[in-house]
Design a protein around this ligand. Structure first.
Ligand SMILES: [Fe+2]
Length: 159
């Protein structure tokens, strides 16, 4: 078992069992009291939003990552190849959700401690952005193995 911060252990236990309601509760607690958040998680990459791996399930079932968003950084519009759940630990994230034809279905602003809409069925298409002036740190779980972390999460979308 690789080491895990105690504040993230309940997330790993729930994700392992795919107990989504328990995972949502554990994620909410980890966002409201982010004891796991280290100073380096606030250091972004000017080239692109930056993913920090916090925990890798040894069987390859899921990963827990923090993402650092510098002001103005935006993800591409994408769907997901795997289940995912996320929320905001610091700052404020904007999200646009799309219909398959590219129409905007929903816009949201997630603040510190907020859970975002989850994508368990791999049906969500969204774009996530830091449109504020502060660095944002978000916490994400993905049902992907560490080996497939780079290419196995997002399903790029062009409308
Ligand atoms: Fe996503």
């Amino acid at each position: 078992m690789n080491p895990i911060h105690p504040a993230l252990a309940p997330l790993a236990q729930a994700a392992k069992r795919k107990n989504w309601s328990e995972l949502a509760e554990a994620l909410q607690r980890a966002l409201k009291a982010p004891a796991w958040l280290r100073p380096e998680h606030r250091v972004g990459d000017p080239a692109c939003y930056m993913r920090h791996v916090l925990y890798v399930d040894p069987d390859g079932d899921f990963v827990i990552t923090a993402i650092t968003w510098l002001p103005g950084q935006v993800s591409p519009a994408h769907g997901h190849q795997v289940w995912c759940m996320y929320g905001v630990a610091e700052g404020e994230l904007s999200e646009e959700q799309f219909r398959p034809n590219g129409d905007i279905a929903k816009t949201s602003t997630y603040r510190e401690g907020d859970l975002a809409d989850r994508d368990l069925e791999r049906t969500l298409i969204h774009r996530v952005a830091n449109r504020g002036k502060k660095t944002v740190v978000s916490l994400h779980l993905y049902g992907v193995s560490a080996e497939r972390l780079t290419t196995g999460i997002n399903r790029p979308y062009s409308f």
